[in-house]
Ligand binder design. Sequence first.
Ligand SMILES: [Zn+2]
Length: 63
Amino acid sequence: MAVPKHKVSKQRTHTRSANWKICKPTLTVCPKCGEMIPPHTVCKHCGYYKGDSVVQIKQEKKD
Ligand SMILES: [Zn+2]
């Protein structure tokens, strides 16, 4: 097992951590229903991908 040769200083750790930023998820507009969805995924609102219905979306039950 590889063993670190030197202790990583607090400053080095903190400097590395300072470059880790929160980023917004990439979203695109579904051409079928207009909802915001991640790219290259089946739309969970309408079940369409690349203009074809690939997943049947269940209708929510109303009490
Ligand atoms: Zn959609």
